[in-house]
Design a binder for this molecule. Structure first.
Ligand code: HPA
Length: 268
């Protein structure tokens, strides 16, 4: 199946300098693509349907600041009923079409108390609290090792270059934190958030970790950015809602777009 997916994509797009997975409410970057080619997931054999709110369900290929980008506008989550292998499938496809650099973005709850809603944070490390791994099952050594190294799951070199570029342009740097995947779709309880904070977790969400594991497996350079859309459960005396998550992600999208465009131009 994957050969068919790759063949169809290769017939529609050219070389890629960076692939970017856009998280909930962060799809506006797609409007910045010049000479855009839109490929709906339904046109790509082997691709699933994106059912999550704020996820369009298409690839967009074209130019941003003269770099060739492939955006995934909408990702797959385990809470939609997909297996971790399904969720990570696009990353294997990206490797096979020649992608070398992958940026993954998400909306996340802030656990670190100094974070504020709207803040963007680089992900330096992750905890897989879904306890489910996309690499379970037979391994094809031609794609990657049976036991991939995860001692530096995200590229610290890329983060440093990106933060230097952001500083040059905007006189600010992004913070760097640890992200935990919880399976969802219910948001976490205050006790779960307290546990995660004690374990050193800064951001929590329901995505991204399967893609990061797969990227390590196939040897892509990977960067992650969380948009803190809300303080995690129990931090504030207010309930969490999907509306708040999408509203905040949308409200910071111009800052998100500016920062990602700098990263694309200066580091990809
Ligand atoms: N928890 C889990 N996922 C999320 C959150 C959260 O607080 N905010 C945005 N995605």
């Amino acid at each position: 199946m994957i050969e068919e997916t790759v063949e169809v994509l290769k017939s529609k797009i050219g070389n890629v300098d960076v692939a970017i997975v856009l998280g909930s409410g962060l799809g506006r970057l797609a409007n910045e693509v010049k000479d855009a080619v839109h490929i709906r997931y339904s046109e790509i054999p082997g691709f699933l349907r994106s059912t999550a709110p704020g996820h369009t369900g298409e690839m967009v290929y074209g130019l941003i600041n003269k770099k060739r980008v492939l955006l995934m506008n909408g990702r797959f989550h385990m809470y939609e009923g997909y297996s971790p292998k399904d969720v990570a499938y696009p990353v294997e496809v990206m490797k096979m079409i020649g992608v070398k650099k992958l940026m993954v973005t998400n909306a996340a709850g802030g656990i670190k108390l100094s974070f504020v809603p709207g803040q963007l944070v680089f992900i330096k490390d992750v905890i897989n609290f879904a306890f489910r791994n996309p690499l379970i099952g037979p391994n094809d050594e031609k794609i990657g090792p049976r036991f991939p190294d995860m001692s530096q799951p995200l590229s610290l070199e890329w983060i440093e270059k990106a933060n230097n570029a952001i500083y040059e342009n905007m006189k600010q740097k992004l913070e760097i934190g640890t992200y935990a995947l919880m399976l969802g779709p219910s948001y976490e309880t205050p006790a779960e958030i307290m546990m995660l904070r004690k374990l050193g977790v800064d951001m929590v969400g329901m995505s991204t970790v399967p893609e990061i594991i797969k990227a390590n497996h196939v040897g892509l350079e990977i960067m992650g950015i969380s948009c803190v859309t809300n303080m995690a459960a129990g931090v504030l005396k207010q309930p969490l809602s999907e509306k708040e998550v999408l509203d905040v992600a949308n409200s910071v999208s111009s800052n998100f777009v500016s920062i990602v465009k700098i990263i694309i131009e200066k580091t990809c």
